[in-house]
Ligand binder design. Structure first.
Ligand code: TYC
Length: 254
């Protein structure tokens, strides 16, 4: 069974889902505007529950962790990283692995770098440590939510209502674009050398949102990391190819 609950962390009631009885605790971190419900159905359902205790969280301002409304101050990824680590500590997990998708991957990279004694292993996919000029163009192409695919837009509007969804998407584009003004477009590149845990980077060869350059960059700057390319995978490879993804990740975590 999968349970849903809220717990107050850093003054905010954070919503999460939990399943499994394994000794190995794992936190799943969703992407921009994502939630445990929208982003991790096949992982919560099918990952090995004897081996793992799986938690999937809704970052503040996303999913069912509203209020507060989502905002994007310059340190929003660091704030998410602190919330994520503090959530796992509030739930009494001594050590845990992090599985982060896209923005959730960025959060996971920061958390692993800052908390080497707490983070056991790290898996990221569709993540990036820097923002390039090419990324800025891609971000701006999704600013207007009427251009999103019908299916995703419908799911988002069910969760958030049109107004909050549209406003928060624009705020996200502005928020992540702030990094383009930093030297080298830095989000967390300076932290990558501090990541000491075993790290697995997965990338979809057909990801239209995050160029492969980013996965290669992470692989180059995280010592001992492993890079796996799913040639047919797009940005949502863990949903579209859930069985293959779950198997890859479970093997890496063991
Ligand atoms: N980072 C977003 C996420 O967390 C996805 C995304 C990437 C959106 C690149 C637009 O140009 C983009 N899911």
């Amino acid at each position: 069974s999968i349970t849903s609950a809220k717990i107050k962390v850093n003054g905010v009631p954070l919503h999460y889902k939990q399943t499994g009885q394994g000794d190995h605790a794992v936190l799943l971190l969703p992407g921009m505007l994502g939630s445990s419900q929208s982003d991790f159905g096949p992982q919560l359902k099918s990952m090995n529950k004897q081996l793992f205790t799986i938690v999937a969280w809704d970052p503040r301002g996303y999913g069912h962790s509203i209020p507060p409304a989502r905002d994007f101050p310059p340190d929003f990824f660091e704030r998410d990283a602190r919330d994520a680590v503090d959530l796992m500590q509030a739930l009494k997990f001594k050590k845990f692995s992090l599985l982060g998708w896209s923005d959730g991957g960025i959060t996971a990279l920061i958390a692993a770098a800052k908390h080497p004694t707490l983070v056991h292993k790290l898996v990221v996919w569709g993540a990036n440590a820097v923002v390039t000029q090419e990324d800025l163009k891609l971000y701006n192409a999704i600013r207007d939510v009427s251009k999103w695919s019908e299916k995703i837009r419908k799911q988002m509007e069910e969760m958030y209502g049109h107004e909050y969804f549209a406003k928060t998407c624009e705020a996200w584009v502005d928020g992540i674009s702030q990094f383009a003004d930093k030297p080298d477009g830095n989000i967390c590149q300076h932290l990558l050398p501090h990541i000491k845990c075993p790290t697995f980077i997965i990338h979809g060869g057909k990801d239209p949102l995050v160029p492969q350059f980013h996965a290669e960059y992470l692989h180059k700057h995280i010592k001992g990391s492993r890079l796996f390319l799913m040639p047919e995978g797009k940005h949502n490879l863990h949903l579209r190819f859930a069985e293959e993804f779950n198997k890859l990740v479970e093997d890496f975590l063991q």
